[in-house]
Design a protein around this ligand. Structure first.
Ligand SMILES: [Zn+2]
Length: 311
């Protein structure tokens, strides 16, 4: 007889009750805790029909949401990341990259496309949070820089949709360098007076917020998106104060002047188009730098430089 050991009772066999509802048919809303029919959510652009909570969406849905149905082509899709620093147990970084690439069918955390938004040609970059938390390594930095240069060459606006946990730890300083590199490319775009619209989605943090995500001529965000540099826990520990309600959410940032607009997902395309038309209208053809020739040496008006905003 076991005196010191508890005899384990055999686990009861689960009845069919648990498996009658297929996985993923219903989704619980993080906003109102209501249970929503998955198909209804998809039909509603993944916005909760009860409380308007914006669920995260992937890059494919995002691209379809923003670009017209007309011709679009993906650029720089063959650029792949390398483990340049031999990250301590580098095998794991390499393996992780491989597994993400296999699972998601992309090489890294951003896609760059050309297409049109309400008939206006643009270069669009969309970050993918599912790929290593949308972290910015050398590939993300290079592709967004190339996207800005492509926009410059085609003389069309640049639109970037951010969703990122920040710089990619496994690429160390090479990740941090990207902040300066992209900012410099955006400054050239500003010199040529080409619009840059930044769309911040849930979540946009770290080095991405501290560089290109906050450098738009117009900075738009989705409702309720987490936007910040360091996380709230780190800030609370550092300043030894509790943070106000809604801290680091879009609405809070709008109120404090960090954003220009908080835009419902269903209104995003129309709003971006309106901003682009407005910015294009403010770019008089006469008396200003000739088409195709950027105005060298003149400070960009109306755009903050990276140094002013970097944390
Ligand atoms: Zn809800």
């Amino acid at each position: 007889m076991p005196w010191f050991k508890k005899a384990k009772k055999p686990k009861p066999v689960r009845g069919p009750l648990r498996s009658t509802v297929p996985e993923g048919l219903w989704v619980k809303c993080e906003g109102c805790k209501e249970v929503i029919y998955s198909k209804e959510l998809t039909k509603n652009l993944r916005i909760c029909p009860k409380c308007s909570h914006h669920f995260r969406i992937g890059p494919t849905e995002r691209i379809d949401l923003l670009l017209d149905d007309g011709p679009r082509s993906e650029l720089f899709s063959d650029i792949r990341p390398v483990d340049a620093l031999g990250f301590s147990d580098s095998r794991s970084y390499r393996d992780r990259l491989k597994s993400y690439q296999r699972r998601l069918g992309v090489k890294d955390a951003v896609s760059v496309l050309t297409g049109e938004i309400e008939g206006l040609p643009v270069v669009l970059a969309v970050m993918n949070y599912l790929f290593m938390g949308g972290s910015m390594g050398s590939v993300v930095g290079e592709k967004i820089t190339l996207a800005a240069e492509e926009a410059l060459e085609r003389r069309v606006p640049l639109v970037v949709v951010s969703a990122s946990g920040g710089a990619r730890m496994q690429e160390g300083v090479l990740s941090l360098m990207q902040m300066a590199k992209i900012s410099a490319a955006l400054a050239r775009l500003a010199d040529a007076r080409l619009p840059y619209v930044s769309i911040l989605t849930d979540p946009t943090t770290g080095g991405v917020t501290a560089s290109f995500a906050m450098l738009g001529d117009v900075n738009l965000a989705e409702p309720g998106a987490l936007i910040g540099f360091a996380g709230p826990r780190v800030i609370e520990q550092t300043i030894r104060q509790s943070l106000p309600d809604g801290f680091q959410r879009s609405e809070f940032l709008l109120e404090k002047g960090f954003l220009d607009l908080v835009v419902e997902r269903s209104e995003m395309k129309a709003t971006v188009a309106r901003c682009l038309r407005h910015l294009a209208a403010g770019r008089p053809a006469q008396g200003r730098p000739a088409e195709g020739r950027p105005a060298e040496g003149r400070p960009a008006e109306g755009r903050r430089t990276a140094g002013q905003r970097s944390a």
